[in-house]
Every structure is written in structure tokens, then in C-alpha cells.
Design a protein around this ligand. Structure first.
Ligand code: TA6
Length: 301
């Protein structure tokens, strides 16, 4: 399938709704409807931006984001597949799987009066990294909400298991005025306490490093972004885990790509199947992990 911007525009561009360009050192798809827009990089099928109607940018992106560097861009919505976090048995394999740093192909582009849509296919499988047969597609639909859907199909003759995440980096006005609601009462694996299982009965506020894999979670999380006067709502399908992460000061310094005080302007709320929530697919079976994001303006709570 065609990859660079000119070929893609010749083959796929859909009027003013979807077009391709070279940006950040790689090829991106621009989706635009009326007064909302999104940007999707072909590398990693990674959503880099979502600008909804009536509110500011919803996704945080590293100030030093560069495509084509052979590693994942920090920010937007990285696709973690076919494992979340470190490889369960082989530490030499890349964290969060191998699809987020590799190029995907454009499978389909469409738009109608209300929505713009792009579907990307992953074909760069590597038996050495993952000895199974699968088809993988990521669909992005821009409308009143931003929908991202990751579908895995087992095209082999044996079952396989996977963990996965749409690793969403939300942009917030100030972490000191953020509250995450919807995970109260869910148990979580605390990655900062050697995987100890804990429970939180209250909304999450963030005043230190947080790295939690919530299990058996509901399908809706609301992030109160008080400084921006909005609530960012994430609703999900096919997800039994939600990861909440903020690196805070020391880890941000170690990461080196968070920018000055970047940790104050972001929180990851990740739509996942991780920890004990493992997906097993029989031959011919498929699974879709999806999220819908929208910004509800006017909330200053
Ligand atoms: O989702 C939380 C997490 O697993 C953290 O432990 C941290 O490693 C983060 O992902 C980012 O991982 P990355 O490999 O993109 O630096």
C-alpha cells in the first residue's frame, strides 16, 4: 500500500476532510470536520492530536516529538500491542510491544457530512518478536467525539493471548487541578509498589508519581480538568483495565522528552487489557478495543 504523502493523497485523499502531509519527520493524516480536527501518524498508527469543537487540544504531545527515529513518539495515543509494559518473559523485547514504532499502511479513507475516517493496517509482523499469525487494524473516526478502535484477528491455526492498550496522553491545564473519576472501588496493581494490589474508594488526584493498572474497570472515566474548565470523558468497549500514569518530577527528568514541567500538563488514562486482564483469541476469532473521547466544557469543579 502507498505510504508517502503524495502517493497517499493521489490514492486516498477525501476532499478537505482527510489529507496527508509530511510532518515531524514522518507522514501524517489530517482529519478535519467543520470546527474539529485530528492528526494521525502512519508510524505506530498513532493519534497525535484531537481538537474538539469548543475546547482546546485534548492530547498532550512531547515538545521534542519526532517521527522516523525508530522509536515511539511520546504523547497522543500510542498503540501498545501485543503486550502491555515489559515483555512478560523476555526483557530484551521492546516495552509495550513492537507496533508503536513501526509504519502502518493506509487501508481506507472515508468521510461524510458528519465524520472523517481512516483505517490503518499493520503488516510488519516479526516472527522473532511474536510467533503468531494475526491481522491488526486501527480505525480513527473524527466526529463529535474521537473514536479509536484497535481490532485484532487471529489468522493462524492456534490460539494466542495478548495484552494491549491505547495509551492516551491527555493534555490538562494544571495537574494540581485534575481529578479522575470512574475508577473508585476498582482494585489496581500499583507498579510503584512492586505490583501490590490496592484499592481506591475516592477519585484520583495526582501530587506524585502514579503508575496504576486498574482491573475490572467500568467503561467510562471522566478527567476533571479544572484549569481548562472542562471534563474530558473517555468511554470504552472491549477494555477491562484502565491504566493511570503520571511520571512526576524525577521520572520526567529521566525520560528526557517531557519538556519543562511537562508532567504538570498531562495525565495518561489508558484504555487497556493489561495485568490479569489477558485476551485469548481462538483461530478465526477477533477482538476490538475502542475508546471515544470528548471534551465537556463549562466544568470548573
Ligand atoms: O502506562 C504506564 C507505563 O507503563 C509506565 O510504567 C511508563 O513506562 C509509561 O508506560 C511510558 O512507557 P514508555 O515505554 O512509552 O516510556
Amino acid at each position: 500500500m502507498a505510504r508517502d504523502a503524495d502517493k497517499l493523497n493521489a490514492r486516498f485523499a477525501a476532499g478537505d476532510a482527510v489529507w496527508f502531509e509530511e510532518r515531524l519527520g514522518g507522514c501524517v493524516a489530517n482529519l478535519r470536520m467543520a470546527d474539529y480536527s485530528a492528526v494521525v501518524a502512519l508510524q505506530g498508527a498513532q493519534v497525535l492530536s484531537f481538537f474538539p469543537r469548543g475546547s482546546g487540544e485534548v492530547l498532550w504531545l512531547s515538545p521534542v516529538a519526532r517521527l522516523g527515529a525508530g522509536k515511539a513518539v511520546r504523547g497522543g495515543i500510542p498503540v501498545c500491542w501485543p503486550w502491555f509494559g515489559p515483555h512478560p518473559h523476555e526483557a530484551s523485547k521492546p516495552a509495550h510491544g513492537f507496533v508503536r514504532a513501526r509504519n502502518w499502511s493506509v487501508a481506507e479513507v472515508a468521510s461524510d457530512g458528519d465524520e472523517a475516517r481512516i483505517a490503518l493496517a499493520f503488516e510488519d509482523f516479526d516472527e522473532a518478536l511474536w510467533p503468531h499469525k494475526a491481522a491488526l487494524q486501527l480505525e480513527v473516526i473524527l466526529g463529535e467525539t474521537l473514536r479509536v478502535a484497535l481490532t485484532t484477528l487471529n489468522t493462524g491455526v492456534a490460539p494466542f493471548s495478548l495484552t494491549q492498550a491505547l495509551h492516551t496522553y491527555l493534555r490538562v491545564g494544571d495537574i494540581a487541578h485534575v481529578r479522575v473519576e470512574g475508577l473508585e472501588g476498582s482494585h489496581y496493581i500499583d507498579q510503584l509498589q512492586a505490583g501490590r494490589v490496592c484499592e481506591s474508594s475516592r477519585p484520583i488526584v495526582i501530587d506524585a508519581e502514579v503508575d496504576r493498572i486498574y482491573q475490572d474497570t467500568a467503561d467510562r472515566v471522566c478527567v476533571h480538568d479544572g484549569a481548562e474548565g472542562r471534563v474530558i470523558e473517555i468511554t470504552t468497549t472491549g477494555s477491562r483495565s484502565t491504566v493511570v500514569w503520571n511520571p512526576w518530577i524525577e521520572k520526567s527528568a529521566r525520560l528526557g522528552d517531557m519538556g519543562e514541567d511537562g508532567y504538570r500538563r498531562m495525565v495518561c488514562v489508558e484504555t487497556a487489557n493489561a495485568g490479569r486482564d489477558v485476551i485469548t483469541l481462538e483461530p478465526g476469532a477477533h477482538h476490538t478495543l475502542s475508546l471515544d473521547i470528548r471534551a465537556l466544557v463549562g466544568d470548573r469543579r
